[in-house]
Design a protein around this ligand. Structure first.
Ligand SMILES: NC(=O)c1ccc[n+]([C@@H]2O[C@H](COP(=O)([O-])OP(=O)(O)OC[C@H]3O[C@@H](n4cnc5c(N)ncnc54)[C@H](OP(=O)(O)O)[C@@H]3O)[C@@H](O)[C@H]2O)c1
Length: 275
């Protein structure tokens, strides 16, 4: 487990999901996305995290087709955007994503944000898409414990994944424990704090292993049982972010990193957002 880039976690329905993936938020559809996804796949990445809202699903699809890697060795995530939430509109939005990606079966489909008054209906649509066999797994993103409890009560399927902002300044222990005890795989977005890596503790721990602050965080994700999807357009950093399977943090290192928590968000608050 967690010895190589192709190692996976097993979701509650038995589907295998790589521990490490590439995030493609903000990557442009003008060649940047396709180039970056191709270089990530070349570096050994097998999981790509996109979303309808990122406006780059077509390029992600093109990179997948042009990579030469068999489709069943790649794991593709996309998400239903807020404006598309609701039952019928989510079904239609998924069809649009599937068309843009140009793939038959999506590996993981997420509700992007818990839009008030809508997300339980959206979840019903995801359950239908899953039962129809168009996705291998379904989950949510930016869900707090109370949002998860809502869909667990109203729905028939427990979300398999919850993708949330998660990094040393926002380590969300309570949410992590809730997910763990309900067999919901936690996945970290903005794991590298959007590039704000200048915490001395991270560099000090890294120095012991000849690793960077970024690598220390990504390893901390893995050892906490959290799937991680750092973004980089830089081939050297893409490669560096994947070199996290050849060292191990001690329990003391992990405690020290946990101690950095300040409940600090770089992104929006899931209980108070206006988009
Ligand atoms: N579900 C959601 O609501 C949600 C929200 C936000 C993000 N996400 C997902 O999570 C993914 C990752 O989050 P993110 O893109 O916000 O930020 P991130 O991965 O935390 O950080 C990316 C930033 O860190 C820099 N970087 C990457 N590797 C580095 C390294 N080894 N050393 C130093 N700097 C490094 C990158 O610059 P370079 O590119 O120049 O290397 C970029 O500026 C997104 O792409 C997206 O797929 C999901």
């Amino acid at each position: 487990m967690m010895k190589s880039m192709t190692d996976t976690t097993v979701l509650s329905n038995g589907v295998k999901m790589p521990w490490l993936g590439l995030g493609v938020w903000k990557l442009k559809d003008d060649g940047e996305t396709e180039r970056t996804v191709l270089s990530a796949i070349e570096a050994g990445y097998r999981s790509i995290d996109t979303a309808a809202a990122y406006n780059n699903e077509e390029s992600v699809g093109a990179a997948i087709r042009n990579s030469g890697i068999p489709r069943d060795e790649l794991f593709v995530t996309t998400k239903i955007w807020n404006a598309d939430q609701g039952y019928e509109s989510s079904l239609a939005a998924f069809e649009e994503s599937r068309r843009k990606l140009g793939i038959e079966v999506v590996d993981l489909l997420l509700i992007h944000w818990p839009v008030k008054g809508k997300y339980t209906e959206t979840w019903r649509a995801l359950e239908k898409i899953y039962r129809d066999g168009h996705v291998r797994a379904i989950g949510v993103s930016n869900f707090q414990i109370h949002h998860l409890q809502d869909v667990m009560k109203s729905g028939e399927i427990v979300p398999m994944v919850n993708q949330v902002e998660y990094h040393p300044l926002l380590s969300q222990q309570e949410l992590r424990q809730f997910c763990q005890s309900n067999n919901i795989q936690l996945e970290a977005w903005s794991p590298l704090m959007q590039g704000n890596l200048e915490q001395p503790v991270l560099a000090e721990i890294g120095a012991k292993y000849g690793k960077s602050a970024a690598q220390v965080i990504l390893r901390w994700d893995l050892q906490n049982g959290v799937v991680t999807i750092p973004k980089s357009t830089n081939p050297a950093r893409l490669k560096q972010n994947a070199e996290i399977f050849d060292f191990e943090l001690t329990p003391e290192d992990i405690e020290q990193i946990n101690g950095l928590n300040r409940n600090q968000r770089f992104g929006a608050d899931p209980d108070n957002f206006n988009f």
